[in-house]
Design a binder for this molecule. Structure first.
Ligand SMILES: [Mg+2]
Length: 324
C-alpha cells in the first residue's frame, strides 16, 4: 500500500486492518483496540501502553518549557492507564534527538518526565536515544491492572454517558497558537498539562461502577464512537450539555467544534447504569473532579449528536493522524 493511500484511508481503518492480522497468544487478556493492552504474567495482570509527542506534529518548542514537555509526555501516555483503572509502575522512554539540541535541554526534558512519573508512583527504568530530524518522545508505561476488567467493550443500551472536566480548551489553544493569535494563560496551561485522573479512574473501576471507559484524546465524539464500535452499541449525545470552560465560551461562544471534535482533552468518558450514577458522583466530588452526564447509550452502531432536538452534523469528528 502506498503511503498516500494509507494516509487517505485514515488512521483508524488502517490500524484496524493492520492489527486484525496480528497474532494473539497465551497471556493476552485484552489485545489491540483498547486504551492499553492487558496481559497476564504469572499470577498478575499488567496494563501496557505507548504514546508519542513529536515536534511539529503534537507541539512546537515555543509552546512549553522543556521540563513541561517531559511531564506532558508522561501524562499523555499514562492517561490510557487511568482509563483502564491501572496504577502506573514502570516507564521506558525513547527519545529522538535533533543534532542541534544541547545535552542540557535533553536533561531538562528527562527530569520533568522522571519527576512526573515519580509523582504517580512510577519509575523510569530504561530508554533509548537516537538521532532524529525533530524532537520526539515516545513513552511506554507498564501498570498494575485492577482486579476488575474495564475497557471499551461493555457499554449497554439504556446506560448513561458521563465525562469528567471540560472539553475543547486544549484544541482551541492549539488552534490559536498555530494561527499566531494570543492564547489565554488558562487555556495554555490546560494544553500543556493534561488532567491527572488515575486515582478517580482506579476508584471507579475498583468500585465496579463504569461498564466501559476511555480517555478522550482524539475528540469527544470520535472517542465515544470508539466505545460504541467495540461495545456494539450506539449513543445519543446532547451537544448543549457538553461541559466547556468560561474561557472557551468567552472566545468562541456556543461554537461546539473544538469541544466535540478537537481532541487532546485527556478527560475520562464512561458509560454507567443510572442506578450507579450517585456512587460515581460521590467519588468524583471526593476527588474534586467535575462530572457531567452528556448522553445515553442506545441500540445501533453510531453516535448521534443532538442539538435542540435536531441532529448536528460535524464535518470532522476528531483528530485523525493520517487524514488529508
Ligand atoms: Mg486512549
Amino acid at each position: 500500500m502506498s503511503s498516500r493511500s494509507r494516509h487517505k484511508e485514515g488512521e483508524f481503518t488502517f490500524l484496524r486492518k493492520l492489527l486484525a492480522r496480528v497474532p494473539t497468544g497465551r497471556g493476552v487478556v485484552v489485545g489491540p483496540g483498547h486504551d492499553a493492552a492487558r496481559v497476564r504474567a504469572g499470577a498478575k495482570d499488567w496494563l501496557l501502553t505507548v504514546d508519542s509527542q513529536v515536534e511539529g506534529v503534537h507541539f512546537q518548542r515555543a509552546w512549553l518549557s522543556l521540563s513541561a514537555l517531559g511531564r506532558r509526555s508522561f501524562r499523555v501516555a499514562a492517561s490510557d492507564i487511568a482509563a483502564m483503572g491501572g496504577r502506573a509502575r514502570f516507564v521506558l522512554v525513547d527519545c529522538g534527538v535533533p543534532e542541534r539540541l544541547p545535552l542540557a535541554s535533553l536533561q531538562r526534558i528527562e527530569l520533568g518526565l522522571v519527576e512526573e512519573a515519580q509523582a504517580w508512583g512510577a519509575w523510569v527504568v530504561g530508554g533509548n536515544l537516537h538521532r532524529s530530524v525533530e524532537l520526539a518522545l515516545s513513552v511506554t508505561v507498564v501498570a498494575e491492572a485492577p482486579r476488575r476488567r474495564v475497557d471499551r467493550g461493555a457499554a449497554r443500551p439504556g446506560e448513561l454517558v458521563a465525562v469528567t472536566g471540560n472539553f475543547g480548551d486544549a484544541a482551541l489553544c492549539v488552534h490559536l497558537l498555530r494561527s499566531r493569535r494570543p492564547c489565554p494563560p488558562g487555556l495554555l496551561r490546560r494544553w500543556q498539562m493534561p488532567p491527572r485522573l488515575d486515582r478517580l479512574g482506579r476508584m471507579l473501576v475498583e468500585g465496579g461502577l463504569p461498564s466501559a471507559m476511555i480517555d478522550v484524546s482524539d475528540g469527544l465524539v470520535q472517542d465515544l464512537q470508539h466505545v460504541c464500535e467495540v461495545s456494539g452499541v450506539g449513543a445519543e449525545l446532547n451537544a448543549a450539555s457538553v461541559p466547556r470552560s468560561q474561557a472557551y465560551r468567552r472566545l468562541v461562544g456556543d461554537d461546539l467544534t473544538f469541544a466535540l471534535s478537537g481532541g487532546e482533552d485527556y478527560e475520562l468518558l464512561f458509560t454507567v447504569p443510572a442506578k450507579r450514577l450517585e456512587a460515581v458522583r460521590q467519588l468524583a466530588r471526593r476527588e474534586g473532579v467535575a462530572l457531567t452526564v452528556i448522553g445515553r447509550v442506545v441500540r445501533g452502531h453510531r453516535v448521534v449528536v443532538e442539538q435542540q432536538g435536531r441532529e448536528l452534523h460535524l464535518q470532522r469528528f476528531g483528530f485523525d493522524h493520517f487524514a488529508g
